[in-house]
Design a protein around this ligand. Structure first.
Ligand code: S3P
Length: 172
C-alpha cells in the first residue's frame, strides 16, 4: 500500500458536503504534502461543473473525473474526490492501490452545509432528500474502496484532520 517515493498519499471519498475539501486541505498541511481537489482541477480545465453536466451530461463528467483522479494519483499527496467518483468502476480500480479515507456525515449535519449550493445533482426541490437517496445508492461503493472511515458530523474539521493524519502515519 505504501510507496517509498511518496509515502503519504491518501485519498478522501464520501458524499457531497462530507467535508472532503476542508478536511483534505488540513490533512495535507499537517503531512506537509500537496493537496489536490479533483473537482477544482476539472473546473480549471473545463469550466463550471453545472455547465459540464448541462452541456455534455454526467457520463462525460465521469470521464473527465477519472482522468483527473489518475493524474492526481500519479502526482501524489492528499487527494479529495467528488462525491460521485466512486460510481465509476475504473476510478474505483485506480483507488485500490492507495489508502482511502471515507468521510461520512449525518443527514442532520448535512442540511446546513447544503444550503445555497450549486451541485447539479441536488438542484431543485428538497436537496436533502436527494442527498439522502444518492448517498444510500453509493454507500456500498464507498465501503468497498475505504481503508478507514471517519465521521465529520459533530467534531471540528481540524480534530478530524488530526485523527486522519495519525491514522495515515500508522499505515507506513
Ligand atoms: C458530485 C459531487 C460533487 C461534484 C459534482 C458531482 C456527485 O463534488 O463532483 O457536482 O456526483 O456526488 P462534492 O462531493 O465535492 O460536492
Amino acid at each position: 500500500m505504501t510507496n517509498a517515493a511518496d509515502p503519504l498519499t491518501l485519498v478522501l471519498v464520501g458524499p457531497m458536503a462530507a467535508g472532503k475539501t476542508s478536511v483534505g486541505r488540513r490533512v495535507a498541511r499537517r503531512l506537509g504534502v500537496a493537496f489536490i481537489d479533483t473537482d477544482k482541477r476539472i473546473v480549471a480545465a473545463h469550466g463550471p461543473i453545472p455547465e459540464i453536466f448541462a452541456t455534455h451530461g454526467e457520463a462525460h463528467f465521469r470521464d473527465l473525473e477519472r482522468a483527473a483522479v489518475r493524474e492526481a494519483l500519479a502526482e501524489g499527496g492528499v487527494i479529495s474526490l467528488g462525491g460521485g467518483a466512486v460510481t465509476d468502476p475504473e476510478t474505483r480500480a485506480l483507488l485500490r492501490a492507495h489508502p482511502v479515507v471515507f468521510l461520512t456525515v449525518s443527514e442532520a449535519a448535512v442540511a446546513d452545509r447544503l444550503r445555497g449550493g450549486t451541485r447539479p445533482l441536488l438542484a431543485g426541490e428538497d436537496p436533502v432528500e436527494k442527498w439522502k437517496r444518492i448517498f444510500a445508492e453509493r454507500r456500498g461503493w464507498y465501503d468497498e474502496v475505504a481503508s478507514a472511515t471517519f465521521d465529520t458530523s459533530r467534531r471540528p474539521m481540524q480534530r478530524i484532520a488530526d485523527e486522519i493524519v495519525a491514522w495515515r502515519r500508522e499505515q507506513r
